[in-house]
Design a protein around this ligand. Sequence first.
Ligand code: 1CP
Length: 360
Amino acid sequence: MSQIKNSRFLRAIRREPVDATPIWIMRQAGRYLPEYRALRQKAGSFMTLCKTPELACQATLQPLARFSLDAAILFSDILTIPDAMGLGLYFKEGEGPHFTHPLRHARDIQQLSLPDPETELRYVLDAIRMIQHELAEKVPLIGFCGSPFTLASYMIEGKPNKSFPMIHNMLKKEPQVLHQLLDKLACAISLHLNAQIAAGANVVMIFDTWGGLLNTADYQEYSLRYVQQIIESLNLVEDTPVILFTKGGGDWLELMMQAGCDVIGVDWLVNLADARLQVGSKVALQGNMDPAILYQSKEMICAEVDRLLAEYGSGSGHIFNLGHGIPQDVSPDNVAVLVDAVHSYSRRLHEGDQYGRGTF
Ligand code: 1CP
């Protein structure tokens, strides 16, 4: 078995015994790190950072140089696909992502073409190849994409919004047009994720950040259905695991599991013990510390880690993470406390397990 297949992270995904609970952090490469801010300044813009494989590779590795994290995540963004479809992505200081050409008419959607991953998104694949070379099998690399519904939310609105009214309006007034867009996005995402896997991503994660704004029936029809289409289309190399994260998706664990993912990412509203009972031994769980805890004292961070580890309970199948991305202004010292606490406190939960002897 390759070294990477035997890593804590991939073993936990397969619910095989581990010596300690693995941890990585959503947005682990980002503004809370002074070295990231310096690299971004050197690059001149976030898009240059994403589009220059050497710089994206450096950003990916920065948090791993500081903390003993159990996985790396490609430094990129979910909005690179709409950018490659011609929407013109740029970032406004303090406001986040914007599109020069948001989708406003049915004909904008009909005219969209599918980007070729090896040309328009080649910079992502080159970054993956470079990162894998640098990682040298130290930890697995996560590739990722946004869900079709989440990408469509930004593409129609043109910029971030707490409730994305424009896509919800389209859903009510022109559902067929929205389905056309979601179908195109599912195809574009499948092509891109398959290319990421072929380039060397060991795990892929689908971020459905805004699917949680839908009611259950609409979630199934407009979000999960397309996520399932993507998962079914993946040409998995060595059974590349798929992580599905839906912010606000706590009521839908059963449905998410049926979509074919291997890990469900949960936010901090979910109780890990209840979630574990629901998913049984079918999938692993990832999450779910409230990111705001990272503003608290070291003692409070440790107490919360202990509480969450106990809530999941003993045995494998838990990947520690935050319930959403790390805020930009937390102290890296507190992140170090978090990572070390997860590793040291969790050992007792795995003592009975026969680490290294396969499944039980
Ligand atoms: O320098 C900067 O200010 C850029 C901040 C930043 C970073 C560090 C953005 C802009 N994107 C990223 C990287 C990023 N985005 C990663 C890299 C890997 C990592 O370390 O985790 C990932 C996985 C993402 C995914 C992403 N981008 C999501 C899904 C996850 C989530 O947070 O829900 C979303 C919704 C985006 C869009 C986006 N890109 C950037 C921002 C600030 C946003 C959110 C905009 C909003 O508030 O709606």
